[in-house]
Design a protein around this ligand. Structure first.
Ligand code: ADE
Length: 246
């Protein structure tokens, strides 16, 4: 899958993309990431990319011309026909695990990082195909949101995680939170790993894990539990949990 990212701060991406799973996915050719500096496409000796807002008011606004020039230079004269162009913006559609799964189905996605007080409205109206928010808080720019989107999408791509079931089983994707996990030693400072996990009894372990996931989701995210796809067995486990805690 290919990502083109347009930003005024390309160096910000070096750390997150230069390490760990994303680095490995790029090296393996599962992920193709191109970060473009919008300033390279700005005109004039000073390569100005922002300007004062018409009508006054505080802050600066990103100029449309360098942004259009950058995107068209990379994607061609009809960039929207090549890939969706997603503006990172707190006013956008909320990014969730379901949106990550949608994006992971696409061969090519473009992310545009806004900065300062915003971008000229003509970018929104004439260039961008979607606007995406990573949550109801305001960051200094769209770079961290773009990194988060690439990370969440990348781990869903075939072969990127070592264990192919990892992305399916994990928290949120399954509709439930994950239960507790343990590793060695079995006794740390007198705090013991639950006996069932040491028993080697696979069916019992699976039942315990499911019960813990249901319990934790009930405690912490009853909203997720209400929407989760629960089996008849899950409902029995939940009834047990409710009794235990009554
Ligand atoms: N830019 C600034 N804040 C943002 C947010 N919460 N989501 C996406 N882009 C942003």
């Amino acid at each position: 899958m290919r990502f083109d990212i347009f930003t005024l701060f390309p160096a910000m991406f070096d750390g997150p993309f230069g390490d760990s799973i994303i680095k490995r996915a790029v090296a393996a050719g599962q992920l193709d990431i191109h970060v473009h500096d919008i300033r390279d496409y700005a005109a004039g000796k000073h390569r100005v990319t922002d300007d004062y807002p018409y009508g006054g008011g505080g802050g600066m606004v990103m100029k449309p011309d360098p942004i259009f020039a950058a995107v068209e230079a990379v994607l061609g004269p009809e960039p929207q026909s090549v890939a969706p162009i997603i503006l990172m913006d707190p006013q956008g559609r909320q990014f969730t695990q379901a949106v990550a799964a949608e994006l992971a189905e696409l061969p090519h996605v473009t992310l545009l990082c806004g900065h300062y007080e915003g971008v000229d409205e003509r970018v929104r109206e004439r260039l961008v195909t979607d606007e995406m928010s990573i949550g109801d808080y305001v960051l200094t720019g769209g770079e961290l949101p773009a990194m988060i989107i690439v990370d969440a999408v990348a781990r869903l791509l075939p072969g990127v995680l070592g264990n192919p079931m990892g992305a399916v089983q994990d928290s949120i994707a399954s509709g439930l939170l994950e239960g507790p996990q343990y590793t060695r030693p079995p006794d740390f400072r007198g705090w013991r790993v639950p006996d069932v996990l040491l028993s080697g009894h696979h069916a019992e372990v699976a039942r315990w894990r499911r019960r813990q996931a249901l319990r934790r989701t009930r405690q912490r995210r009853p909203d997720l539990l209400a929407r989760a796809n629960l089996s008849a067995n899950d409902r029995l486990l939940l009834a047990e949990i409710e009794q235990d805690e009554a």
